[in-house]
Design a protein around this ligand. Sequence first.
Ligand code: ADP
Ligand code: MG
Length: 697
Amino acid sequence: MNTAPNHSPDEQLLTPIQYLKGVGPQRAELLERLGLRRAIDLLFFFPRDYQDMSELRAIPQLEENVPISVCGVVDEIDERNTGTGRSMLGVLIRQETQFLRALWFNQPHMRQKFSVGQRVLLSGKPRLNSLRWEMTHPRVEVLAAGEDPPSGRILPTYSLTEGLTQPALRRIVGESVERFAEFVEEVLPESFLAEKNLPTIATALRQIHSPSDNEQLNRARHRFIYQELLFMQLALGLRRHRLQHDQRSPILSATAKIDARIRRLFPFELTADQQLAIAEISHDMQCEHPMNRLLQGDVGSGKTVVAEYAMLLAVAHKHQAALMAPTELLARQHVRTLARDLRASRVRISLLTGSLSASQRRAVLEQIAAGEIDLIIGTHALLQASVQFQRLGLVIIDEQHRFGVNQRAALRQAGIDPHYLVMTATPIPRTISMTLFGDLDVSTLKQTPPGRQAVHTYLGEEGQREKWWEFFRKKLREGRQGYVIAPLIDDSNDLEVLSVESAYENLSNGELEAFRIGVLHGRQTTDEKEAVMQAFNDGELQVLVATSVVEVGIDVPNATLMTIEGGQRFGLAQLHQLRGRVSRGSHPGYVCVYASAKSEDALHRLQAFVRTNDGFQLAESDFQMRGPGDLFSLKQHGLPPFRIADLTRDGDILEEARADAQHLLGATPNLDTEAWQPVKQRVLLRYGNAMDLGDVG
Ligand code: ADP
Ligand code: MG
């Protein structure tokens, strides 16, 4: 069916999908499952991959490991179980007198795709296995009788849903692009397109769906990736502008007198990096607009004292400061540190966590509301609406990645925005800090405090365990303390890795019999945990057998030994955090990590871990190996996902988009020029809610 020719471009684009050629009500339902409802949805339903048919080859011309497509007839299908519940499917493809074998492991559903005599197209990397070419898990396309393999072109491959075939979807998308691409509004100004050498939207749409060569394809993809990243950077820029201009915060200046009074409390000289971070923070806090700063520094770099300075600056101006930690353990440790430094002052500190009894909680809340408490240290419990501060001037969040970005809003009260400082010891890869934290200023602690000793990290060999324990015992006898980390609490689920319980059993009746050992894990009550932590802190316990609960923030400088069991279970960032526990004092640290089953990935990770002690470098490698992961996903931070950009791959384009966004906003901070109105609207549409940009427009 046709839409009337006099419909406006927008109306055309909104044509319900079922009225498009070759769709109809049944297919429309299938397409709906892919989130496709209107013509325009099809245009922006980008291929997830491509099959390069300009590279269709005869079997004798294949080259080892070079991706290629091969067309042939199914000659034989062979399905078998390889024992232990694993299955293998082999499909022999004949091309005249030559053969190629396609293999699938543990994908029994693939069997249904094939029948003997069928013509198929396979794409993948061929390997020669004793004179026979093989492809493992190739992409498959079954050709209809009489259908020629599409040759000489780059074919798009779309995500499918059951009942919809690749050729059908290809046709539907292809026709929509032909017909509707020209109606899509070009939002980027013409001069900008020319300057950046970007194809127009209509051209880019056509070429991303049916490129005639790789160069076209790359140009088209580049435009969409760039545009997506540019829009996000503009959103971040608008938000930053808004925070800096529309929101009011108390002016909290570090006068010479206040500064001296605070510094007197610290038990050590600050490092140059700490000085600089404090200078940057003081500068922010004396502005009438809220500070939005990220303080990043590797484990043990000394972020706490910087936070302390900022809190005391607020208190000096009769404002309250709140410090949020990701775990109760850590919150309590912060209270201890602060109480130690402030024992001679009148500053009032209180803990607010989920484990307070109802009456304790009520009492604390009343004191907070009455302004009888200056420093409130807590966990998520701080975010609840029932917490009313009398005069909140500063919020500090330790280990930001555990909190969502928008929790800032929860702490905003009565027209006053507190200053805001986020701290993280998980070094944030540059691409992430440019996106998720793109609206924050950054201070970095690179140095570690003086006198810090090196940490030695070893990859443990099973045959050498005895030697390691001998060393461990020697150091304990010298007065040091140590951790033994296991990935699980008990043995119930998994017998392959050592659990905390078994490790404790084994060690206290074996290798570490002569020492005082405690156990710490997430299933204990808060009081139990606190008692164990306190005992370890005081040196009553010499060894702590624990899960990764000790991962973040725990600070016991005398602990210098760590055995990590089941190392394959931990991510690189996590391993580095764990290591951070034994690199805090004036004695060198020693970590030995054991891994029972080592996959290739795990081995790479462990090798990287042993090789370098630089958290930033490790964070980059982790990011390259495993992508942003959950902590740094857009979703975790309440933002819409990217459609096409990929931060692990598109770092360069991101840098470019960021520079361009800054340049544009530098010229017109609110993007209020006529030429950029369409872009601004798109940006607000996509990010307005998520980034709380409501009244920017
Ligand atoms: P992180 O950055 O991991 O939060 P902490 O703030 O816990 O690090 O500091 C780690 C250890 O270093 C603590 O024991 C702290 O008291 C100590 N420390 C911090 N700054 C200094 C300094 N300038 N000189 C000496 N020790 C310091
Ligand atoms: Mg810390």
